[in-house]
Write a protein that binds this ligand. Structure first.
Ligand SMILES: [Zn+2]
Length: 334
């Protein structure tokens, strides 16, 4: 098969894939999650699935000068309620299950624990299962005066290393639970939904299943915003990566401004989404954004047994939690 010309984005982070890929590509640009390449003549057809063809203009630098917004008192009130010690105890709790790999007994226990926690906060909860032992959690704060839904998601499953998966993705799940705790006490105009996904590591299974279910019921049209949190706990430079697809650059820009206004975070925008539960929603043209630690300095324990709670930067995770609370409230007011 002849090698196709043009520019490609690498859409995997698996070390094994990268090792196989690297000899067969020339790098055009690599910054955070975004890695654009051309394919060498030696590029094997077997690797075609881990690169995605993109247009040449898509490698242009996406940098925005943040604009500090007018302060919203509700947002200030809400973000002050975020508690770093609760984030920490939830990361520790989730990492105390021997494994959170999808389908395992401990994964199910962790799912049940997180559902009970959301229920105790007053949310209407349920589990949706894509296989009998593989379930995600939905928690709703309903406002019957509105049909619009703001959805926040994070995956609870891990790749299965013992007592690990603290950054990936107990950190995102704990941030989701802390957002839920804070927002449970704030009256909203929209419906608010938390979605703890499962089977992300095995191919975005829970998110794909749920998007399909919503689509078949014609309910995707109600979702006005999706925020995904995946790996929000390892960082030393204060940069959060904001990832979406090109139709939603404006959304990323909005998060840049919110971060500058309400948090200590610096931001990096990545256009060209891949590799987490935001992708199935973006494929259905739902405004969706991933918040993730700066990929250039991501955890050295990615998918490894050393991904433990003591490697997590809880103050950094706190700032991302605040950013996403600010985004929910901003969209709720719009
Ligand atoms: Zn993950």
């Amino acid at each position: 098969m002849p090698v196709e010309e043009g520019i490609y984005q690498v859409i995997t982070a698996h070390p094994h894939d990268l090792e196989r890929l690297t000899p067969h590509v020339n790098t055009l640009k690599r910054d955070g999650r975004f890695w654009a390449v051309t394919l060498k003549k030696s590029f094997p057809a077997s690797l075609r699935g881990i690169v995605k063809k993109i247009q040449s203009h898509e490698i242009e630098q996406k940098s925005y000068e943040p604009v500090v917004l007018e302060i919203n008192p509700t947002i200030i009130h809400a973000i002050k309620l975020v508690e770093t010690n609760l984030l920490k105890s939830d990361v520790e709790k989730l990492s105390s299950y021997k494994t959170r790999i999808v389908g395992s007994a401990d994964n199910k226990l962790a799912i049940n624990w997180s559902e009970q926690k959301l229920k105790a906060m007053g949310y209407k909860t349920k589990q949706i299962c894509f296989e009998p032992s593989k379930c995600s959690v939905i928690a709703d704060k309903i406002n019957s005066n509105s049909s619009e839904v703001i959805l926040v998601e994070a995956h609870l499953d891990s790749v299965g290393k013992d007592f690990a998966g603290a950054d990936d993705n107990a950190s995102g799940t704990a941030s989701l639970l802390e957002m839920a705790r804070v927002l449970s006490g704030i009256s909203l105009n929209s419906n608010l939904r938390f979605f703890i996904t499962n089977g992300e590591e095995s191919g975005l299974e829970g998110a794909k299943h749920y998007v399909k279910q919503l689509d078949s019921r014609n309910e995707l049209r109600f979702i006005k915003l999706v925020i995904n949190m995946d790996m929000v706990g390892y960082n030393s430079n204060g940069v959060v990566e904001l990832e979406t697809d090109s139709p939603f650059e404006g959304l990323a820009k909005e998060f840049v401004d919110l971060a500058a206004t309400y948090t200590t975070l610096k931001t990096k925008v990545t256009i060209g989404a891949w590799g987490s539960d935001h992708v199935p929603f973006l494929e259905k043209d739902i405004p969706t954004l991933l918040t993730i630690e700066d990929w250039s300095t991501k955890t050295p324990c990615y998918h490894a047994s050393c991904d433990k709670p003591d490697t997590v930067n809880y103050l950094y995770a706190t700032e991302i939690t605040k950013l996403n609370i600010a985004a929910v409230l901003k969209h709720d007011l719009n």
